[in-house]
Design a protein around this ligand. Structure first.
Ligand code: MF3
Ligand code: CO
Ligand code: CO
Length: 339
């Protein structure tokens, strides 16, 4: 038996229910009435059960260091993580493309190593350790570490986004459990260029609803890649993805886009995953950019955690994502982030 609220709370204390109202204006009468007290207790327990269904912030481990001999991107030398230079979204020269092939393959390998460690019981922090060490072992810098944001630079080397987290989840003491889905997003800065790729993994036995979400999201990426034609429009990519994913009954997250990538982590073009008239530009051979659709079981609205990074669906429905870095060729798209 828990202590009844009226035994411990004064009239003017904030109510136990978290409404922010004074106790006497909120649950005091209910607590004095035994029948209503029972109902209030049931409501409290249900609220707790509901909260336990969703992701909550865990504890961060100490910062992981990068050996001094590994070259850093410019933003990693800035206190706020702000890039000094930003690439144009123009087609890359042959040398940059050659470097990107290597960086993108390394990113894909690291993502594979992270994926191999996913099982019920593993923490997202352990996945971060694997990504961090995988990047360093290849002579690269884990691009997320110290990258600037609205509240603070990203504190870890990998993004881990569980269930209703859309993207940019911060690895911490959170333990993955049977039935979860988790997106891991790896970016490596190697020999002066970034390679960026992510995938959503199943943790143990996952229900059919979530497995289908993951399948449709993976296919959304394929549909986007198939829409890349030299001479075509960047806008075509989002058009194709939206028409497929919404046709399957899913929502396309709008707040986050694919992006030019190369010597800069993020540059033009902005690659919308839905048909946005604001999408700008032609698709030209030699361009390198990502496509990274985030698809939800519910609708496209999002909310941000106070950390300024973790984005969740407003309706708390599950969401998945897949990402590749692409090179536009004379005939279509070449996927660079393959092992
Ligand atoms: N890799 C992410 C992307 O696909 C960006 C992560 S930024 C970070 O664009 F700071 F959160 F790591
Ligand atoms: Co990206
Ligand atoms: Co990414």
């Amino acid at each position: 038996m828990t202590t009844p609220a009226h035994a411990t709370l004064a009239n003017n204390d904030p109510c136990w229910c978290g409404s922010g109202r004074k106790y006497k204006r909120c649950h005091r009468l209910a607590d004095l009435d035994p029948e209503r007290a029972v109902r209030a207790q049931a409501e409290r327990e249900q609220a707790e059960r509901r909260a336990a269904m969703f992701v909550r912030p865990g504890r961060l481990s100490p910062r992981r260091e990068v050996p001094a001999h590994i070259p850093r991107p410019d933003y990693a030398l800035d206190k706020h993580g702000r890039p000094k230079h930003r690439d144009s979204g123009r087609p890359k020269d042959a040398e940059t493309i050659a470097l990107m092939r290597v960086a993108c393959k390394a990113a894909a390998e690291v993502l594979q190593e992270v994926g191999a460690a996913i099982r019920p019981g593993v923490t997202t922090d352990e996945l971060d350790r694997i990504a961090h060490e995988g990047c360093i072992r290849r002579g690269g810098y884990p691009s997320p570490l110290g990258y600037g944001g609205s509240v603070m630079p990203f504190p870890k080397s990998l993004c881990t986004s569980v269930n209703e987290v859309i993207c940019h989840g911060i690895p911490d003491s959170t333990v993955l459990k049977d039935g979860d889905i988790v997106n891991c997003d790896v970016t490596i800065f190697l020999d002066g260029v970034h390679g960026d790729t992510n995938a959503t993994f199943l943790v143990g036995e996952v229900d059919e609803t979530s497995r289908r979400l993951v399948y449709v999201t993976r296919t959304s990426l394929d549909v986007g890649i198939a829409a890349v034609h030299p001479g075509g429009k960047v806008r075509d990519i989002g058009k194709a993805i939206q028409s497929y994913a919404e046709g399957e009954g899913y929502g396309v997250i709008r707040a986050f886009v694919g992006h030019g990538v190369g010597r800069s982590f993020h540059s033009d073009p902005q690659v919308f995953h839905y048909d946005n008239p604001a999408a700008r530009g032609d698709i030209v051979p030699g361009m390198t950019f990502t496509i990274e659709p985030m698809i939800s079981i519910g609708d496209w609205h999002h909310e941000m955690w106070e950390d300024g990074w973790t984005a969740v669906t407003a309706d708390r429905s599950r969401t998945a994502q897949f990402e590749h870095t692409l090179l536009v060729t004379d005939t279509g798209a070449e996927v660079l982030t393959l092992v």
